[in-house]
Design a protein. Sequence first.
Lengths: 116, 112
Amino acid sequence: GAVVSQHPSWVICKSGTSVKIECRSLDFQATTMFWYRQFPKQSLMLMATSNEGSKATYEQGVEKDKFLINHASLTLSTLTVTSAHPEDSSFYICSAPGTGGLETQYFGPGTRLLVL
Amino acid sequence: SQQGEEDPQALSIQEGENATMNCSYKTSINNLQWYRQNSGRGLVHLILIRSNEREKHSGRLRVTLDTSKKSSSLLITASRAADTASYFCATALNQAGTALIFGKGTTLSVSS
């Protein structure tokens, strides 16, 4: 089946630094990818839709200048958390829809970010 | 935004018992999916039910969908300790390829 990977799986950084998270579709092309955020003991919240070759679409309340999304190729989307603060500490998960009109979404394993 | 509510928020049962989780949603959907998440890990897709389907089975899982009530239920029969996890329903509002909107989840604890 289709596989989505994320890198890194976890990262610890100092407040004020920027962190880049990669989401790759390993054996299929994804013109669209989705980024979710999950705080401890909470559900997944959609942050943004990443579109290959065009600007990302952000959900209400998500700062586009803080969470930079780049979808430079059909297999890679990156999320950069700029000037990270402790409140950005969370579990970030990406997904890509199946190809051929399939309804299944393929989720990455997630990236745990801890900002000190 | 969150699409739905799930209940119960937490459920504790003994091995061998059945576990039922419910999910309600607010808008019309194309399909509804259930996922499992072990603590601190990624999501595992369990089952998908389309809006024109009423019931679906997969192994020990049974999912029902009532579009008139905008609700779904997930039944896990003969539960095992390994079923301990958080379970989320997620809805797709449109055709294939759209983002999923997740419910708040049910935390299931199965003790042996």
